[in-house]
Ligand binder design. Structure first.
Ligand code: NOJ
Length: 451
């Protein structure tokens, strides 16, 4: 990574309306996985399956945000961060996924929202960040078309319960990742594999995304309604035609497959032919039902991918060249540090005239941070990563592309899904034995920058 002392950033250059924040997700931080009458989620169950999570870890306790929320919101305030993006655990509100409501669950999120508002912090709520109730998974989860109704009812409950306090909503987090890793590769909950799970899960997720948007719009006509997508800049390894075509297929798979039907463009069948098999799940009226005009699109970017043609990878006939084989700087996730990717991504999504607003709802980096004897966490690589990405965002803005916010992933070190607690992404270090929080130098840097 370059020497970012040279990167001088001034918050004012981003404009006074630019939204600055930090993002978290329920399962990764809350703990209290079975307290009161909370039902189990697919992650509570998946983490008990041997060999699925690094070191056999789980998030039954994690940062115990359920009990520590005041302390953590105090820290957000201390860091001068004005916007807090968090998600709602579906099975904390509806233990069986539908019908039976948990008043304790509702009351927990009221406490979090109220404490944010009292502290002068604006809550940004993600309705679904991957923790499907296990009771619904037993009925087929995202492969069952009934989920459009179950999900819409959950969205209604969230809107009715918190809509008078929460102005900013995101319907879902990164569908490509939870559907791809959970329903095709089997490496995330619920651990399903293959096209027979993947294709119906894609289609029902798209229908639910749009349906969720419509529920929010109807119940909360003045709310700011968005949703978030993972995206990475894709480049072919060489200029050979078959590498370029492989890159087009991977781009369709990871950057276009969910957003384009929502924008009214349909699935990218031409650039990813295997998707044509999804047609058997599409019913009359779906083409219109898949569309929703979101107020904003949240983009989440961490890296870029270099792609080559491969006969060995069925359906996409392409392979991603791992960053460690390319001798480039990486984070603990083995993701290349490549700040230009965020510029390219902003540019790419600006080209869709249907998108109203773009915010970066996640960006951040995992390193192996240690608390030194003087209580300092000297995570200079993370500070550099954030500065270099912000410099690219500013450049995009100055080049005339719209981008109106930036949320760091994440507040405190937490449970990084299949990677467990090994990658630390936080602005704040957590000792998981004692629940001690230590603000890292990147946290102090962000707080100074936001002052
Ligand atoms: C995307 C996800 O939304 C979040 O849950 C995850 O921890 C980060 N990226 C880092 O991988």
């Amino acid at each position: 990574m370059g020497n970012t002392d040279k990167v001088s950033l001034d918050k004012q250059d981003f404009g006074s309306d630019f939204k600055w924040g930090v993002s978290v997700a329920a399962y990764q931080i809350e703990g209290a996985h079975n307290c009161d009458d909370k039902g189990l989620s697919i992650w509570d169950v998946f983490t008990t399956v041997k060999g699925k999570i690094r070191n056999g870890e789980h998030a039954n306790v994690s940062c115990d945000f359920f009990n520590n929320y005041k302390q953590d919101i105090d820290l957000i305030k201390k860091l001068n961060i004005p916007n807090f993006r968090f998600s709602i655990s579906w099975s904390r509100l509806l233990p069986d996924g539908k019908d039976r409501i948990s008043q304790e669950g509702i009351s927990f999120y009221h406490k979090v929202i109220d404490y944010c508002l009292e502290s002068g912090i604006e809550p940004w709520v993600t309705i679904y960040h991957w923790d499907l109730p296990q009771a619904l998974e037993l009925l087929g989860g995202w492969t069952n078309r009934e989920i459009v109704k179950w999900f819409s009812d959950f969205v209604s409950l969230c809107a009715a319960s918190f809509g008078s306090k929460v102005k900013h909503w995101m319907v879902m987090n990164e569908p490509t990742v939870f559907v791809g890793a959970g329903y095709f590769l089997g490496i995330h909950a619920p651990g399903r594999r293959g096209l027979k799970n993947f294709l119906p899960a894609i289609h029902h997720t798209v229908l639910s995304l749009a349906a969720g948007g419509r529920v929010l719009r109807t119940l909360l006509p003045t709310a700011n309604i968005g949703t978030t997508f993972s995206c990475s800049h894709i480049e072919p390894q060489t200029t050979a035609k078959r590498d370029k075509q492989a890159a087009i297929r991977v781009d369709a798979l990871i950057n276009r497959m969910f957003i384009e039907p929502i924008l009214g463009l349909g699935y990218p069948f031409d650039d990813l032919p295997v998707l044509k098999k999804i047609k058997k799940y599409i019913k009359e009226g779906d083409k219109e039902a898949m569309i929703f005009n979101f107020d904003f699109i949240g983009l989440q970017n961490y890296t870029r991918e270099i792609v080559t043609h491969s006969f060995l990878t069925p359906y996409v006939w392409a392979k991603i060249i791992p960053a460690n084989k390319r001798k480039v700087p990486t984070t603990l996730m083995k993701w290349e540090v490549y700040p230009t990717s965020i510029y390219e991504i902003i540019k790419k999504y600006n080209a869709y005239p249907q998108i109203n607003k773009i915010l970066i709802t996640e960006n951040g980096a995992a390193f192996q941070d240690h608390v030194l004897e003087n209580n300092e966490v000297n995570d200079v690589e993370r500070t550099n990563y954030l500065k270099e990405h912000l410099a690219q965002i500013l450049k995009a803005k100055q080049d005339g592309y719209k981008v109106e916010g930036y949320f760091v992933w994440t507040l405190t070190d937490n449970f990084e899904w299949a990677e467990g607690y090994y990658p630390r992404f936080g602005l704040i270090h957590v000792d998981f034995n004692t629940q001690t929080r230590t603000i890292k130098n990147s946290g102090y840097w962000y707080s100074d920058f936001l002052k």
